[in-house]
Ligand binder design. Sequence first.
Ligand SMILES: [Zn+2]
Length: 229
Amino acid sequence: MPDTDPRQAGASVDAIADRILGAIWEHRLPPGTKLVEEKLASAFGVSRTKVRLALARLTHDGVLSTEPNRGTFVGSPSVAQARQVFEARRLIELAMVRELAGTITREGVARLRRNVALEAASRARDDRHATIRLSGEFHLLLAQLGGNAFLQRAMRELCSLTCLVIALYDAPGMPSCPHHEHTEIVDALEAGDGELAARRMAVHLEHIEGTLRLEMPAEVAVDFDALFR
Ligand SMILES: [Zn+2]
């Protein structure tokens, strides 16, 4: 018996990072989870060095946080950070679809529709993990079609953080992305109507943020006298 899984023996640093990121996107690795190098190295059948490099990449991407003497953890955005994530997404994504409406090809529209169809199928079979991942990938695909590598990188980080935010603050039973809204955004892009696409994106991001419970106060003044006296 080989002591490593042959399918993963040659896994590259990027492949390992992508699989960890995929698990975060699918909500299989919850926010705050400690990532132990030895355990991951044995799970992937690779050296600890490769795991360390993969974790460093994800830390650099803003998805993991490293705390001195404590280790590396899946990120756990605060309420204030969650608000900033949505603010940044509004600034980027509205401008992105406005521009994309003038440049998108028929093939681009088809790729977006394929994503929407896959998401609908995973929703229909009640596969929550795949649904969350695909709904995030829709937004990454928009960035990809836009062709700006810097915006793609920013969107990758923002979508990953959104997944963590949803895992932390989602009201139970609420869908992450109302899925007919993706269809409506694609319709506007296909029609070449950038303003309509931007308006629909604004409503869409508002809906996602609205399903979250971000109203928790960061600091609560505790009256210790009332509490313990
Ligand atoms: Zn969406």
